[in-house]
Design a protein around this ligand. Structure first.
Ligand code: ACO
Length: 434
């Protein structure tokens, strides 16, 4: 029994196998899984372990970075509501906030922007490395490899106990990510690489590296530049999602941050994480016209398919990011012309939000419902959608990685298992096997 715990802050557990009772302390509404270990049948018993595939109900860390209330549709970075950041801030400032915990002063922001801008260039050998990929290589595959490759270009990155060295790698990765992403894209379409233009903003420079052709200077459209910046802000962190869990897990072995970030990018590559907006576009194209929306919803209700861009593990309310994105879409379409699929999306949303099937299951549009439409209208190919997500998520990944390293409770991540294989058996020599 755990001593000195106040009655009202404990959970009484009765083991009906032995009749013993245990008082387990409750902290922040949470039980420590290790407190279950004392629950044993006898001294030879290993002790009770909690079983939670996919971490449905397990907190793996304490974190001061991002707060989400899924029922109320609230998302905050370091306490600041996402709506206020999207309205007033920039992606680079939000990156500072996530990494440092506070908004920067004017001077701090100037230095931060200068630092990031100074690290947008890549070592020329990375271009050679890129040249080795097939012409039709998926840019996410290229991104996974080149982010990981950065660890070989910057071997100092392994000094993870040195705060100044850690900060340098954070700045390097935020600075180089758009360059890697744009190069990966241009390689995949056979266009010449475009070097960073450090006169431009973070998002403006990315647009330049993506779309500049023969013009001497690329001048990004300010509305599209702002829209992209807001989209990056909306993706900057989302607490313990799959890719963030991976960067914490890989980082817990104390490897350099580039190797850990490559794992996070690889996680995002999966269609269940970074690829849903592409599925939304495919779905809208399949529906084809507003007249077919009702029939499509009927087939979703019959369980024949899912409505892509709807539903979320955490949000049981309108995803706050989707609300902001819907507004941005209007601004973008004023510049690019209306994406014809938008009308189908709006009709789909209108009908779905009034159908019992969706209301009862609390299924609302998520961040991916409208992003694909915007990216497509801006000229980004579908393969690049998860790449854009990855650029936005870097500050969150880096903040979570550093927080994990500084957390004295963290150790190398090593879950338990319930073994279901054969009990011990004797080795059979090859010539005696049936
Ligand atoms: N369309 C139709 N029905 C759905 C949908 C959907 N998009 N999402 C959930 N449901 C239904 C399920 O069939 C289930 O119904 P049931 O209780 O009758 O069996 C119920 O709602 C609960 O669904 P779960 O699968 O348990 O919900 P979970 O939290 O595991 O899944 C997920 C969340 C994966 C996002 C799911 O809603 C989904 O597949 N959505 C479509 C894909 C998508 O948009 N993904 C992007 C997520 S955002 C992001 O990753 C950045």
């Amino acid at each position: 029994m755990v001593k000195n715990a106040k009655k009202e802050e404990t959970l009484t557990l009765i083991d009906n196998r032995t009749g013993r009772s245990y008082e387990i302390p409750i902290q922040s509404g949470t039980l420590r899984a290790m407190d279950l270990r004392q629950v044993k049948i006898d001294e030879s018993d290993f002790g009770m372990v909690s079983y939670d595939p996919a971490f449905l109900n397990t907190a793996t860390c304490r974190s001061a970075i991002t707060f989400i209330d899924g029922d109320k549709g609230i998302l905050q970075y370091r306490g600041y509501p996402i709506e206020e950041l999207a309205e007033n801030s920039t992606f680079v400032e939000v990156a500072y906030l996530l990494i440092h915990g506070e908004l920067p002063s004017k001077f701090q922001l100037r230095v931060w922007i200068q630092d990031i801008t100074q690290h947008t260039m890549l070592h020329e050998n990375i271009k050679k490395f890129m040249d080795g990929f097939h012409h039709d290589a998926h840019p996410m595959g290229i991104l996974v490899s080149t982010v990981s490759g950065l660890s070989t270009f910057y071997p100092d990155a392994k000094n993870i106990d040195d705060p100044a060295c850690r900060r340098l790698q954070v700045v390097r990765l935020i600075g180089k990510m758009p360059t890697l992403a744009a190069l990966a894209y241009r390689h995949s379409v056979g266009k010449p690489y475009v070097y960073p233009d450090n006169d431009l903003s973070y998002s403006g420079n990315f647009l330049s590296m993506m779309f500049k052709m023969v013009e001497r200077k690329y001048n990004p459209n300010p509305i599209l530049e702002k829209a992209l910046d807001v989209l990056l802000i909306l993706h900057a962190d989302h607490e313990q999602n799959a890719s963030t869990n991976v960067i914490r897990c890989i980082g817990s072995s104390h490897v350099d941050p580039f190797s850990a970030a490559a794992g996070a990018v690889a996680t995002l590559y999966g269609p269940l994480h970074g690829g849903a907006n592409e599925q939304v576009l495919r779905m809208l194209a399949e529906i084809g016209s507003i007249d077919n929306v009702k029939g499509y919803i009927d087939s979703v209700k019959k369980g024949e398919r899912r409505l892509m861009g709807f539903g979320h593990r955490v949000y049981r309310n309108y995803d706050p990011r989707a609300k902001i994105i819907k507004r941005i879409a209007e601004h973008v379409f004023e510049v690019t012309g209306r994406n014809p699929l938008l009308d189908i999306a709006l009709e789909l949303e209108k009908i779905a939000l009034n159908e019992d099937y969706f209301v009862q299951r609390k299924l609302y549009p998520n961040v991916d419902f409208y992003t694909g439409l915007i990216y497509q209208a801006m000229g980004f190919p579908m393969e690049l959608f998860p790449v854009l997500f990855a650029i936005g998520r870097v500050p969150g990944w880096m903040a979570q990685w550093e927080e994990m390293l500084k957390d004295s409770e963290q150790k190398i991540a090593r879950p338990r298992q319930i073994y279901t294989g054969p009990v011990v058996r004797k080795y059979i020599p090859l010539d005696k096997r049936a």
